[in-house]
Design a protein around this ligand. Structure first.
Ligand code: PLP
Length: 377
């Protein structure tokens, strides 16, 4: 054995520290199927960890649309959308997304992460101000930091704190963006959108809301001027989007670097998302189901009533969250533990995500197992 390279020594040191803190992450091969099924190591589990809230990733109509697009256009898009990667199905999807959000226009990005990485830096830079909810998704933080603007966080869902920051900082900056999520990804609670929009507009600040976990499931309330989200959760496909005015979308088309300098979405992903969006709009009963199941679960466990399809079961220590997740997996439930830095230190948790594809009996069985394992009830 030769001496370990400094590169590998660096990586091993970092990994040892992650192991020590129970924060190392590992990939587990997982097969997904209809009815919220997940296969791991040959076992069939009921998944409460997918963001496929409406069960559309395995809907035969969505699959057929993807297959038809592959047959017609091929597997990959062939280039940036500004060169040759702008397949007609993308235009159709954008028109439908814009109509859904009541906006003039929409732009589809390669993913939700890429959308947030591109949108904020195209609207704000040095001398501008970006204020974001402290629990905002990692990609909103990444876009904010990348912009070069002054970045500050307001306390989670605290409109008074946002107003305080605006009063203190707004005047010293040229433009200001306010970033939040309609439904918070790890807590499942909803932003007070009406109040946030009111205070932002009063200070001539532009609000960008991330609707990754709201679309089709918990989407009510006023719209922000900038509505972004993903095609990879309730729409069961892959990709991201921004819905906004025509002028803003046209600016993004030229200036959002994560749109310009990357390959267009595969046509099959866009076709699947379009078929899913049509189903989402045509089937309100399907859209109501994840929240109803989440409320059934919170009622059984005596937790605060669910506001969305995402329910956190707080555990605290990372090792304890992992142990609880493993115990549930042994009983046939896939409920992945969420640890720092995805959530603040000391707030490791199970993140339970409900889908229209779940049966009531699955929800009841999971609630009973969690109650037994955590000594609740
Ligand atoms: C999942 C998620 C994203 C990223 O979307 P992808 O399409 O998966 O890249 C962005 N924001 C929030 C709040 C998310 O939960």
């Amino acid at each position: 054995m030769g001496a370990m390279s400094s590169l590998d020594a660096f990586a091993r040191d970092k990994l040892a520290a992650l192991d020590e803190a129970a924060l190392r992450r590992r990939l587990v091969p997982t097969e997904r199927g209809p009815d919220a099924a997940a296969g791991r190591a040959g076992r069939r589990l009921v998944s409460f960890s997918c963001n496929d809230y409406l069960g559309l990733s395995h809907d035969p109509r969505v699959i057929a649309a993807a297959q038809a697009a592959v047959a017609a256009y091929g597997a990959g898009s062939g280039g940036s959308r500004l060169v040759t990667g702008n397949h007609p199905v993308l235009d159709a999807l954008e028109a439908r997304l814009a109509a859904h959000k009541g906006k003039e226009a929409a732009l589809v990005f390669g993913s939700g992460y890429l959308a947030n990485l591109g949108i904020t830096p195209a609207l704000a830079g040095r001398g501008d101000l970006v204020l974001l909810d402290e629990l905002s998704h990692a990609c909103m933080w990444a876009g904010a930091r990348l912009s070069g603007a002054t970045v500050a966080a307001f306390r989670h869902n605290d409109v008074a704190d946002l107003a305080r920051l605006l009063r203190a900082e707004r005047a010293a900056h040229r433009h200001c963006l306010v970033l939040t999520e309609r439904v918070f990804s790890m807590d499942g609670d909803r932003a007070p959108m009406g109040d946030i929009l009111g205070v932002a507009e009063a200070h001539d600040a532009w609000t960008l809301v991330d609707d990754a976990h709201g679309l089709g499931v918990a989407e009510g309330g006023p719209r922000a001027p900038l509505e972004m989200g993903t095609l990879s959760k309730s729409l069961g496909s892959y990709g991201g989007y921004l819905c906004a005015s025509r002028a803003v979308v046209d600016l993004m088309t030229s200036r959002a670097r994560s749109f310009v300098y990357t390959t267009g979405l595969p046509p099959a992903s866009a076709a699947a998302a379009l078929a899913a969006l049509e189903i989402l709009e045509a089937e309100p009963a399907r859209c109501a189901r994840p929240l109803a199941l989440a409320r059934r679960f919170t009622a059984r466990l005596g937790l605060p009533e669910a506001e969305s399809a995402v329910v956190p079961v707080l555990v605290g220590a990372a090792e304890d969250a992992l142990a609880l997740s493993r115990a549930l997996e042994a009983e046939g439930f896939l409920v992945v533990a969420i640890r720092p830095p995805t959530v603040p230190p000391g707030t490791a948790r199970l993140r339970v995500a409900f889908s229209a594809a779940h049966a009531e009996a699955d929800v009841d069985a999971l609630a009973a197992r969690i109650a037994a394992l955590t000594g609740r009830t």
